[in-house]
Design a protein around this ligand. Sequence first.
Ligand code: E4P
Length: 233
Amino acid sequence: MKFFLDTANLNEIREGVSLGLVDGITTNPSLVAKEGGVDFKQHVVAICELVAGDVSAEVTSLDTEGMLSEGREYAAIAPNVVVKCPLTADGLRATRQLTSEGIRVNVTLCFSPAQAILAAKAGAAYISPFIGRLDDIGQNGLELVRDIVEIYNNYNWKTEVLAASIRHPIHVIETARAGADVATMPFKVMQQLIKHPLTDKGLDQFLADWRKSVSSKPDQNVNLLKEVVNVRQ
Ligand code: E4P
């Protein structure tokens, strides 16, 4: 399963990359707006310099022609740019055309299995079901991911299931159980995945015991230190 960061923040991307856990990036117009008036294309260039994996750049046109011209422009930025098109009739037309030109498309704002079927048939490289936003309106976002994985497996469709709108670690665990190809998450969720209070408590205990044993046997420790120095020389 691949891990993408769902952010346009360069510091978060740098930190995630330094953890060695980031396989790609998804952005959307709201995330880019949060970065405060950046030049979008320049910003995508900066992200692509930090990340070797796929970087989604979303179109903002509503008509097919506009999506095509934006999509071609974004795809020319770097080979790892994936154009993000919304799941509308125009978006599906643009997906089909861009795909036929060799440009990969992430179809976004997917909220039903029917929409996911259409995206696969249009040749999308990725389908992005939004888990959290479905949960927000009292529907089951994870159920949607499970349904899409099952349907795509029935036909061996190559469109990758990119679980999006992830709000907490349980979403990540459950999308992994469902067999999603990718989970895209805010940096905060990636950090939450690392943490467990028993890990911190266990580490504190190990170090406290270690310090106690070191201070109770000073001579032995001097000898140990000498051995380590010898081995390293
Ligand atoms: C995915 O590509 C979207 O950018 C994102 O996951 C949306 O998440 P949100 O519902 O938390 O805004």
